[in-house]
Design a protein around this ligand. Sequence first.
Ligand code: T46
Length: 130
Amino acid sequence: MNYKILNFNVIGDERGKLVSLESFKNIPFDIKRVYYIYDTNAEPRGFHAHTRLEQVVVALAGSCEFELDDGKNKEIIKLNSPNVGLYIGVNIWRIMRNFSNNCRLMVLASDYYNESEYIRDYNEFLKVVK
Ligand code: T46
């Protein structure tokens, strides 16, 4: 499936911890956009795939689950560490759920926001990946 778990190097000293994210170094694309998701509730999010966009998601605080689906298989990935990134490539249907109270997700994206490259209909997604 077109996803990867990225384990980031943590630079730590007596003052705390620091993680550095850099295009084409530990992030496998040129970062064009950063957004974050917080104040979530029991409502699941996602329910779409991207035809061109690649992303890396990091749980900066708390935890949540990503259900990833390539049209054949489904996998559930739990994100709960600021030094782990979930890379999601194109044509992966994603559902985010089970957000902890304090969950804060940061998402690095390979392109600017463009609604026209989203697939938000599951049947259309299945046709694309077939
Ligand atoms: C994804 C998951 C992980 C913008 O105007 N600009 C943006 O950069 C983004 C990401 C969204 N929006 C608008 C589009 C919708 O009207 O914000 C609203 C909420 O977006 P959406 O319903 O797509 O949110 P999620 O949490 O379901 O999905 C988001 C990303 O859209 C998506 O690319 O992979 O987070």
